[in-house]
Every structure is written in structure tokens, then in C-alpha cells.
Write a protein of this length. Structure first.
Length: 452
């Protein structure tokens, strides 16, 4: 009984405090890679992280392909749902969300949460054992009331531990909210977007708010968060400051791109019906045409946008994707090459796309160039599974079977398919001299065991 009740507490505590981070570490989480949106979020986060003393090069922002408005922290990663970007009408709203999550990182909340979970487990275990002991004693003596009281002690211990853990979580959330306002003030930005987010949350739960037990939830109710922050947010001299027009345009483009890719045909038209001729609307329309209509029809649409902004790397990138879909591999190589040039080689996902186009274009010169581009991309983004897959294709077409098998092993490894990774690593090892760099890389994969 004690073991079963303790297990029950652990399940409840985990579900309410760590289900999102745990899922994020799973290969089942739908992660989105997009150079344009990643660059935008990095620009949102950089001043906030600097104000918080959080090192940018040790923190990664990851896009999650979910339509709901949500963000969370796991390890040194900040996960943001694409739905949050679509629902946020201004950059300031997402900047406020990032500031809140950075507050968790800077405050060391995850480490302390683990300590609180350990403490809750101990409380539950002790009270459960005491309760079980009392129940057994009552049963042996034939005292039914004592036996029932013992069961009550055990259940009460679980309840007390759970409530204590939830109370701690709520205090952390309020601390992260206050830290977010502080970071926004230090960087000369408004906290209005953060308040807008809480108003949205309050609206979403308005029909069930009176049925929520505030002691059994891990986050304070939105109205509590608004009450705690609104006064200090409005006291800031930056409260009425708005985002720059350039940043708003980038944000609108990100929303349009997500709407086209994730929300389906017609989503862009619906969202931008008040501004159908804006750059974002035309950008989203071109992508929708590419995805749901004809890639060849989409190319002239994106070319018109390129004529207006010839040095925008992401317009050239999406043109490359369109040309690949239209089976014009060499045209895609040219478009991706221009995009890589305009990003100064700092966008590995675009470099991976260039490598893919070069492989599809074929010919020894293109294949060797693909290997060079992909190897550089991997040094910048070591866990990019697509990079290893395209690298394996390039090596395979050049007849370098050992390198192809090693790249395949690394692709499977970074995708979490460890059995397949070890199988290809074993095959690769047979093709290299023992102790060679490639042999050692394959050996590391073969020896890897998932931590338990």
C-alpha cells in the first residue's frame, strides 16, 4: 500500500510539474527547424538574456510544432510553441514570454524543483509508512477506527506533499513573472505584452475558473498574476513603448509562415484580411501557393518580394525550397547559395538545404561541394539529423561507403534510434583502420548506452 500510494504521488507530481520538459527530451516531440524564425527569436532573447546574466551560447530556443499558446524550460533549452507566435500580435508578447522563461533559468528553478520533488517524496513516504503502520496495528488489535485513522494518515500525507509541491511551483511562477518585468525594464522594453498574455489565459479559462482548486494547480491563476504585476508594469517609463516597425514586420512574416505551413490553406488570408497587400500577407500567400498549389506559380510571387528586398536571405531560402519542389535542383542551388552568402554562413539549416540541393543536382563537383557545406553545417549544428542524412547520400554517390555508413549511424544516433545507429556504426568500423578518427567516432556510437 505504501509503495502504491507513493507511486501515485510521484505520478501526480510529475504530471503537474515536469510533463512538458520530459516530453521535450523525447524524440516524439514535433520540433520545427526554421532559420528565419530561429533568428527572430534569438534577437528577441539576446537583450533579455544579457540583462539576466544568462549566457546566450549555452541556451537554445527550440520551436515546437503545437498550435496552443505555450512555452516552457527544460535543461538549458527554452521551448516555444509555434501557436504562441501566431497568437501573439506583437513581438512584445513573445519577448515577455521569453523573459518569463529566462527568469526560471536565471533563478535556478529547475534545480530547486528537483529538490522540492525529493522533499515531497520523502514526506509522502514517511507519512504513508506511519499511516500503514497505524492501520496494521489497528487491524491486528481489531480496532476498526484505528485502522481507518491509519489510512487517513497515509492519504493525508500524500495530499500534504502534493499541495506543498504545488505551492512551491506557484511561488516560482510568480518569481519568474517579477523577474521578467525587471529584465524588460532593464532593456527599455514594455511589460504590456506579458500582461496581454495573462489576459488571454484568463479569457481562455473564464468558463471554468470557478471550478479550479487553486491549491492543486502548478501555476497561479491568471487573475492573480495580473494583480501581482499590473501595478509595477504600469509604473515603468517604458510601459507604452511599442515595437519598432521593422521588428513588427519580421514578426508578422513569422506568423504568416507558420500559418501557411501549420494551419493550412486559407489561414494566411483569414489572418491578414485587413492587410492583404502587406509584405507578410504576400509572403504567406506565396508559401501557401507553394505548399498547396503549384511551386512554379509560387516562384514569380517570391521573386516580386525579392525585387523589393534583394538582400533578404530568407526570401532566397524559400525560393530554393520552391525550386526543389519544382525539380529545378540547380536553380535551388543558386537560391540557397545566395541565402548562405547573405547570412554569412551563420544559418546552418540553410546550409543543410544547400547541401541537399547539391546532392540532388548531382555530378562529382556538386557532390564534393555538398560534403563541404554539410560538414561545416554540422560543426555549427551537431545534432541536425538531416545534415547527416544528406551527407550519407553524398558519400554514397561518390562510392565512399565507409563515410556513408558512419554518417547514417550519426543520423540515427541524433534521431534517438540507437539500435540502428549501433548497427551502422559496426558496419562503418569494418571499413576504417582501427584507431582512425572515423573508427573512433563509430566506436563511440557503438559503445553508447542510454542513461537510465
Amino acid at each position: 500500500m505504501a509503495r502504491r500510494m507513493l507511486h501515485c504521488l510521484l505520478v501526480v507530481a510529475f504530471a503537474l510539474t515536469a510533463v512538458a520538459p520530459a516530453a521535450a527530451q523525447s524524440t516524439r516531440v514535433p520540433i520545427v527547424r526554421d532559420a528565419e524564425i530561429e533568428a527572430l527569436l534569438a534577437d528577441y532573447a539576446e537583450p533579455i538574456m544579457r540583462a539576466a546574466g544568462v549566457k546566450r551560447n549555452r541556451t537554445e530556443i527550440v520551436l515546437v510544432n503545437q498550435r496552443s499558446f505555450n512555452a516552457f524550460v527544460s535543461g538549458r533549452k527554452i521551448f516555444i510553441n509555434v501557436g504562441a507566435i501566431v497568437q501573439a500580435e506583437t513581438p512584445n508578447e513573445i519577448i515577455g514570454v521569453i523573459a518569463h522563461e529566462v527568469g526560471h533559468l536565471a533563478g535556478g528553478h529547475q534545480d530547486r524543483l528537483r529538490q522540492q520533488i525529493d522533499r515531497a517524496q520523502t514526506i509522502a513516504a514517511v507519512t504513508t509508512v506511519l499511516g500503514v503502520g497505524a492501520a496494521i496495528a489497528g487491524g491486528v488489535s481489531g480496532n476498526r477506527q484505528a485502522a481507518q485513522a491509519g489510512g487517513g494518515i497515509a492519504a493525508g500525507g500524500v495530499e500534504a506533499a502534493q499541495r506543498g509541491l504545488m505551492s512551491y511551483r506557484r511561488s516560482e511562477e510568480l518569481a519568474a513573472d517579477r523577474a521578467a518585468v525587471d529584465y524588460l525594464n532593464r532593456t527599455g522594453q514594455s511589460a504590456k505584452g506579458l500582461l496581454t498574455t495573462f489576459v488571454r489565459f484568463q479569457r481562455d479559462i473564464s468558463l471554468i475558473a470557478d471550478r479550479i482548486n487553486p491549491y492543486k494547480i502548478s501555476h497561479p491563476l491568471p487573475r492573480e498574476r495580473l494583480s501581482a504585476l499590473e501595478t509595477i508594469a504600469r509604473q515603468s517609463p517604458h510601459f507604452d513603448k511599442t515595437d519598432s516597425a521593422a521588428l513588427q514586420r519580421r514578426h508578422n512574416r513569422a506568423r504568416a509562415k507558420i500559418l501557411a505551413y501549420v494551419f493550412g490553406p486559407g489561414a494566411v488570408d483569414d489572418a491578414f484580411q485587413d492587410a492583404p497587400n502587406s509584405q507578410a500577407a504576400r509572403y504567406g500567400k506565396a508559401i501557401s501557393t507553394f505548399l498547396y498549389g503549384s511551386p512554379r506559380d509560387a516562384v514569380p510571387m517570391i521573386d516580386r518580394l525579392i525585387a523589393e528586398s534583394p538582400n533578404d536571405p530568407y526570401l532566397h531560402e524559400i525560393k530554393g525550397e520552391m525550386l526543389l519542389r519544382a525539380q529545378d535542383a540547380q536553380g535551388a542551388v543558386n537560391a540557397f547559395s545566395r541565402a548562405v552568402q547573405l547570412t554569412n554562413g551563420n544559418a546552418p539549416t540553410i546550409q543543410v538545404a544547400l547541401g541537399h540541393a547539391l546532392v540532388l543536382a548531382g555530378g562529382e563537383a556538386n557532390l564534393r561541394r555538398a560534403i563541404g557545406e554539410l560538414e561545416v553545417a554540422i560543426t555549427l549544428d551537431t545534432a541536425n539529423t538531416r545534415a547527416y542524412q544528406h551527407l550519407a547520400m553524398a558519400y554514397g554517390r561518390l562510392g565512399a561507403d565507409g563515410e556513408a555508413e558512419l554518417a547514417t549511424a550519426e543520423a540515427n544516433f541524433h534521431a534517438g534510434r540507437y539500435d540502428e545507429a549501433r548497427r551502422f556504426a559496426a558496419r562503418a568500423k569494418r571499413r576504417f583502420e582501427r584507431g582512425a578518427p572515423q573508427w573512433l567516432r563509430a566506436d563511440d556510437i557503438q559503445r553508447f548506452r542510454v542513461p537510465r
